[in-house]
Design a protein around this ligand. Structure first.
Ligand SMILES: [Zn+2]
Ligand SMILES: [Zn+2]
Length: 161
């Protein structure tokens, strides 16, 4: 339980030169992302869409789209479960995987991103600096802005804010 306070400064980037490992809150589901460049450049994104908010229980979600063969998930106590979300912008159903014991979101899987998964980064002791924000139009006025992060009004790589 060394990461219980969630202070990223107690986990220097040098710990994550080739992989990043995290657990769900009840520690049943263990997730490892094997990628040497998680902290060498900006990665992942912040999403302000309504579905991400609900699933994260927060004003935004921290996501990382990555090749599925770079992700290893250990479901130690068989608690990994999924909800099929049909209320998606694309109209294509999306699987939202989570720990059914503690409720921790783990990943999203959609055929729109073939061969890739969307990892829910709250699992991890340190989160890479985001590259961009999606649904930035929906940001709350009190949130503040990350000046070095690309702001897409709605979809990734669509119209910028
Ligand atoms: Zn759990
Ligand atoms: Zn979203």
């Amino acid at each position: 339980m060394s990461s219980i306070t969630g202070n990223p400064n107690s986990h220097p980037i040098s710990e994550f030169t080739d992989r990043l490992t995290g657990n769900c809150l009840c520690e049943s589901v263990k997730v490892t992302i094997k990628d040497p460049d998680l902290f060498t450049r900006r990665r992942g994104h912040i999403c302000h869409c309504a579905n991400c908010r609900k699933v994260s229980g927060s004003f935004a979600a921290s996501n990382l789209v990555i090749e599925e063969d770079k992700v290893e998930i250990l479901d130690r106590e068989g608690t990994l479960s999924k909800f099929v979300d049909t209320q998606t912008g694309s109209g294509t159903p999306l699987e939202r995987w989570f720990c059914s014991r503690c409720g921790n979101p783990v990943k999203s899987v959609t055929p729109v991103l073939a061969g890739k998964v969307v990892m829910k980064m709250g699992l991890f002791p340190r989160i890479p600096a985001p590259e961009f924000e999606t649904f930035a139009l929906h940001r709350h006025e009190w949130q503040g802005i990350h000046p070095d992060v690309d702001q897409y009004k709605i979809k990734a790589f669509g119209e910028k804010l």
